[in-house]
Write a protein that binds this ligand. Structure first.
Ligand SMILES: [Ca+2]
Ligand SMILES: [Ca+2]
Ligand SMILES: [Ca+2]
Ligand SMILES: [Ca+2]
Length: 423
């Protein structure tokens, strides 16, 4: 894969990000876009550069989570959002629920996180749906090739925190569901809330086994807790769990009953998905987070004396979903995020009706420090509460699927060259 050329405009874009303000936001988006396109043409000279072509699969509010998987087993990756899936390559909508659900953009959906996984191991890709915070998580059993009746099965009655994830935390090769939970499903916060890992039992149609991660009660385990992620903070080879107030250290030889030590750390404001990487390349792992309902994207630098927070961008608000992926294939993971348009309706949060942008922030390093260069992907879609970066069309380039109050979208990465642009 050809390394992405560094257009001259990126310096200007970075400067513009620093100067941006809420009042200037709409104009700023246009200026940054124009700047990047023009400068790339002027300086790239034969190198390819990253662009995206956006296709709206649905204009209705179906879900704020999305998943990518080959649901009809035809060898092509499809996209699922809440109670529907869309078949590649024409993206025809197919129901998962008996009736495909549509939600009012002034309110909320019942689908905050979606995951594609063959839960029952029958070879057909199923869909896990984390519902509204505090409510159920379930999985839809794929009837075979996506057609016919999908069967709904309960994973757990309680799904706290707004950024649950499904990943192999304990390294046994199986993915766990990471979320906040509590003793009883009565919709209220309880003293014994805690972070939990959930796995299916030997019977995948029964509710999943809940393992509470030992440690002090933490606000992130509350119904509407903000900020959750995984990564190996101390580089001991074991994946740890992060929230905004610190991290739980996975112990060696965990048999499912051992206590995880909690380490206090200032990982910033209420955020979304949190990610771990050695962003400055100095040998220790750092953390990145974004602002669910305010403004900001930050990296938290691990130092010998503790943690130091640095602002990456204040270009737009409500960055309620954040992914880490090497968009340009240069070996360094980039950030992908966007605006969760109308997160709390048209009058909530900061700049609720500003353009629903999606950006990737290209990670580079200068003088031993990370620098993120913003690139606009689209300005009328944004993110929900979770989205997926994957090579959807199997061309070796990472694409992006999102679902939110603007609809369901597929941003396909394409590489252009200067010669092609000038035709
Ligand atoms: Ca299955
Ligand atoms: Ca660790
Ligand atoms: Ca570091
Ligand atoms: Ca990269």
């Amino acid at each position: 894969m050809t390394a992405m050329t560094m257009p001259k405009c990126k310096t200007d874009c970075t400067r513009l990000v620093r100067l941006s303000s809420g009042a200037m936001l709409h104009g700023m988006v246009k200026i940054v876009l124009a700047c990047c396109v023009l400068a790339t043409v002027a300086t790239a000279q034969g190198e390819d550069f990253v662009t995206f072509e956006t296709r709206q699969l649905d204009g209705k509010f179906r879900s704020e989570g999305v998943s990518v998987g080959d649901f009809n087993a035809d060898g092509k990756m499809d996209i699922a959002a809440g109670s529907a899936w869309y078949a590649a390559p024409d993206w025809t909508m197919h129901p998962i629920a008996d009736a495909v659900e549509e939600f009012d953009p002034h309110a909320y959906s019942n689908s905050f996180v979606n995951v594609s996984s063959d839960v029952d191991g029958d070879g057909a890709r199923d869909v896990i749906v984390v519902g509204f915070p505090g409510k159920e998580t379930w999985w839809w059993k794929n009837p075979g090739k996506g057609e016919g009746r999908w069967r709904r099965n309960l994973c757990t009655e309680v799904s706290n925190n707004e950024s649950p994830t499904f990943c192999d935390v304990n390294g046994d090769g199986r993915r766990e569901l990471l979320l906040g939970t509590r003793e009883a499903a009565d919709g209220a916060d309880k003293p014994r809330e805690g972070m939990a890992l959930l796995n299916p039992t030997t019977d995948p149609f029964l509710p999943w086994k809940v393992r509470i991660i030992a440690g002090p009660a933490d606000p992130a385990a509350e119904v509407f807790g903000h900020g959750l992620g995984i990564g190996d903070i101390n580089r001991d080879g074991r994946t740890d769990i992060l929230v905004t107030s610190g991290w739980w250290e996975q112990p060696a030889g965990d048999n499912g009953h051992m206590a995880w030590s909690f380490h206090r750390a200032p990982f910033g404001e209420a955020c979304a998905q949190m990610h771990v990487f050695d962003f400055d390349g100095d040998g220790d792992n750092d953390v990145v987070s974004s602002s669910a309902h305010q403004v900001g994207i930050w990296w938290h630098e691990q130092t010998a004396d503790g943690w130091q927070t640095h602002t990456i961008s204040t270009l737009f608000s409500q960055t309620h979903a954040l992914e880490l992926a090497d968009i340009n294939g240069d070996g360094l993971p980039d950030l992908v995020t966007g605006k969760r348009w109308w997160a709390h309706g048209p009058k909530g949060d900061v700049d609720p009706s500003a353009p629903a942008v999606v950006y990737w922030f290209e990670l580079t390093r200068r003088d031993g420090k990370p620098v993120w260069l913003p690139h606009l992907i689209h300005d009328n879609s944004g993110v929900g509460t979770q989205f997926e970066v994957a090579d959807i069309n199997a061309d070796g380039l990472l694409d992006i699927a999102v679902s939110n109050k603007k609809g369901v979208f597929y941003h396909r990465q394409v590489r252009n060259t200067v010669a092609a642009t000038r035709k």
